[in-house]
Write a protein that binds this ligand. Structure first.
Ligand SMILES: Cc1cc2nc3c(=O)[nH]c(=O)nc-3n(C[C@H](O)[C@H](O)[C@H](O)COP(=O)(O)O)c2cc1C
Length: 344
């Protein structure tokens, strides 16, 4: 399908293009996964896992912000609500070279609710506005908010609009909207990603009612056809689970959404291109399994893909495991790589 006309004019004045992005995902969008993602697409905007302001300020800042320059464009996602802490962390994001700083107002876990982090903040739009204003004052980076369309007890269209009005009045121009509510009482974070129904029409309507804002849609998106449909109504699409479980999808993004050549021709080539990075990580003491678990999806749906994954699962955890495990796993992928992107 040809690239559709871009709707991301707003993003040009507001940092990196957000036409296509990979969602922030705890334990999944680690530096190792992001390195792979960047080999597959130059233009996809990548997000870190959420880091809480407390962890950044009181913990090992360098470790939490660690990334490879090849990962740019890269956004740092923060969890927190204290304006002074958010401002401090936004400054850190700029110092460490990130392209955007994003506030998490969508994560429903109990652990974060107790500290006024994540989706519970949807019930406190003034608090979010205050935090966003403090971040904007502290940095030249674009400050964006990722949120839900509501939470239990605050599910109305009017309440969603009130949230957007207050937070945009504080200076936020970009809203990444997970198109379902979060149910804070009674559903686990995982259930909260599947059970509340998706309401894409609400996100489309936000773009209609707030045309000056950049609205990115997220939730349940799996195919490029679906992305094109969403891009008719919004400024960008964000994919989470599908991008992680089937990362080869990203190899089609630059052509499909930016009219640019694909950066890499095959999965094998992508994996081999990671070898020097993997070796340097192993050399600094990272266990192979911490890296290889993020590579498992690369041969998703390919002949030999299951054997590839099995070999890694059975061997990567063994003491002293190195690149030879990946080499041997690669040998299990039987079919030569197709030269075209037709299968994506
Ligand atoms: C394992 C996992 C971890 C997640 N961690 C975060 C997070 O740290 N911050 C956040 O805003 N959303 C987080 N999410 C939610 C995703 O960013 C995204 O909003 C959600 O998965 C819906 O998109 P999808 O259907 O394309 O996966 C996480 C999702 C998953 C599956």
């Amino acid at each position: 399908m040809p690239a559709t006309p871009t709707l991301d004019a707003a993003s040009k004045a507001n940092g990196p293009s957000r036409r296509f992005s990979v969602a922030p995902m705890m334990d999944w969008t680690t530096p190792h996964f992001r390195y792979l993602a960047r080999l597959l697409s130059r233009r996809t905007l990548l997000y870190t896992e959420m880091v809480t302001t407390g962890a950044l300020i009181h913990g090992d800042t360098e470790r939490f912000l660690r990334h490879d320059p090849s990962e740019y464009p890269l956004a740092l996602q923060l969890g927190g609500s204290d304006p002074a802490e958010l401002a401090h962390c936004a400054r850190l994001a700029e110092q460490f070279g990130f392209d955007e700083v994003n506030l998490n107002v969508g994560c429903p876990s109990d652990r974060v609710q107790n500290n006024m982090i994540g989706a519970c903040l949807m019930g406190h739009p003034e608090k979010v506005a205050e935090g966003v204003a403090a971040m904007i004052a502290a940095t030249d980076l674009p400050v964006t908010v990722k949120h839900r369309i509501g939470i239990d007890g605050r599910e109305s269209w009017e309440e969603l609009c009130e949230f957007i009005e207050k937070v945009s009045a504080a200076g936020c121009k970009t809203f990444i909207v997970h198109a379902r509510i979060a149910i804070l009482e009674g559903l686990s974070p995982k259930e909260n990603r599947d059970i509340p129904p998706l309401k894409y029409d609400w996100v489309y309507r936000l773009k209609q009612e707030f045309p000056h804002l950049e609205i990115i849609i997220n939730g349940g998106i799996k195919t490029f056809d679906e992305c094109h449909e969403h891009l008719r109504h919004t400024d960008g699409v964000m994919l989470g689970r599908e991008a992680y479980h089937n990362p080869w999808l990203l190899a089609g993004v630059d052509t499909e959404f930016f009219g640019e050549p694909a950066p890499i021709a095959s999965r094998q080539e992508a994996l081999r291109a990671m070898f020097p990075f993997i070796q340097s990580e192993l050399d600094r003491g990272v266990y192979l399994t911490h890296i290889s678990r993020h590579l498992m999806g690369l041969f998703h749906g390919m002949p030999g893909g299951r054997q590839f994954r099995r070999h890694i699962s059975e061997n990567a955890h063994k003491p002293g495991s190195g690149l030879e495990v990946i080499e041997a796993a690669l040998a299990k992928v039987r079919e030569p790589e197709p030269a075209t992107m037709a299968e994506v």
